[in-house]
Design a protein around this ligand. Structure first.
Ligand SMILES: [Zn+2]
Length: 275
């Protein structure tokens, strides 16, 4: 999986003179970027106020090779400053430095979490930000909120030279992918894998192995990838979410998900083995 060695996460801003920092500013789910021909980059500024955009909330994220990174929330419908545009994260993948992209996915999740956890879920009091950890605390009843993460499993099932791919009605036309679903409270990851596969396509699997993980900020998932082998049963579609599912060989593949996803990394891993 992609390694992100250059970024060091932190909560407390270091002391010292201001110097140019990376500003990950979001209006809704759109990120403020410079666009130069096909490439995009993040504003690198000493002070975000240079852009004359009103900041609703700001979070320190850590450092990318010694340079500070901030997540900023600005008003939803605000017009971007001259020379900059707001873009969705999916639209900029592959056109931006990979480290900056993954910091942006972290930034949007912090901003979203902050925006949606302004009040205590238990007593309704306004929440306060903790200074020493990424958490919010209710000053009245002490309830803590940490950034929200929803673990989801994703599994590639192989049967000899075939792999199982399915289509959700939410996918772009023709696209197929491996199976995925959210982990339920009380379940191990392996139990979630077995249950999801049974619910979605009605088959039994064996030899479940961990493959790798990927943060998936749409909106706050952590994808946990597995490989498995077909054991028994016929494909039956009972989940209304799944429109089609079947076995595919490397020479007869439908349109696949983009390279950004762990789904594609699982599929590429399988295809590589068949060469
Ligand atoms: Zn409370």
């Amino acid at each position: 999986m992609s390694e992100r060695k250059r970024f060091i996460s932190a909560i407390m801003e270091p002391e010292g003179q201001p110097e140019p920092a990376w500003w990950f500013a979001f209006a809704g789910d759109k990120l403020l970027v410079h666009e130069e021909s096909a490439r995009v980059t993040i504003p690198l500024l000493e002070d975000f106020s240079e852009l004359h955009l009103m900041i609703l909330r700001q979070h320190y994220l850590g450092q990318l090779e010694g340079q500070r990174c901030y997540a900023v929330e600005v008003a939803d419908q605000i017009a971007p400053p001259v020379g900059l545009i707001f873009q969705g994260l999916r639209q900029i993948y592959g056109r931006i430095d990979e480290d900056l992209f993954w910091i942006a996915t972290r930034a949007i999740q912090i901003v979203e979490w902050d925006k949606t956890h302004q009040f205590c879920g238990r007593c309704g009091a306004p929440m306060e930000v903790r200074k020493t950890e990424r958490a919010k605390e209710c000053p009245q009843c002490g309830l803590l909120h940490f950034p929200r993460l929803a673990p989801a499993i994703i599994v590639l099932i192989q049967r000899g030279r075939q792999l199982l791919l399915a289509r959700s009605h939410r996918f772009p036309s023709g696209m197929h992918s491996v199976l995925a679903g959210f982990v339920e409270p009380g379940e191990t990851l392996e139990e979630a894998v077995v249950r999801e596969v049974r619910e979605e396509v009605g088959i039994n699997i064996k030899d479940i192995h961990y493959f790798g993980s990927q943060p998936w900020p749409f909106p706050h998932s952590l994808m946990l990838g597995f490989t498995a082998t077909y054991d028994s049963g016929e494909i039956t579609l009972e989940d209304p979410e799944i429109e089609e599912a079947g076995w595919f060989t490397p020479d007869n593949l439908p349109p696949l998900p983009g390279k950004i996803s762990i789904a594609r990394k699982l599929i590429d891993w399988f295809l590589e083995k068949q060469k």
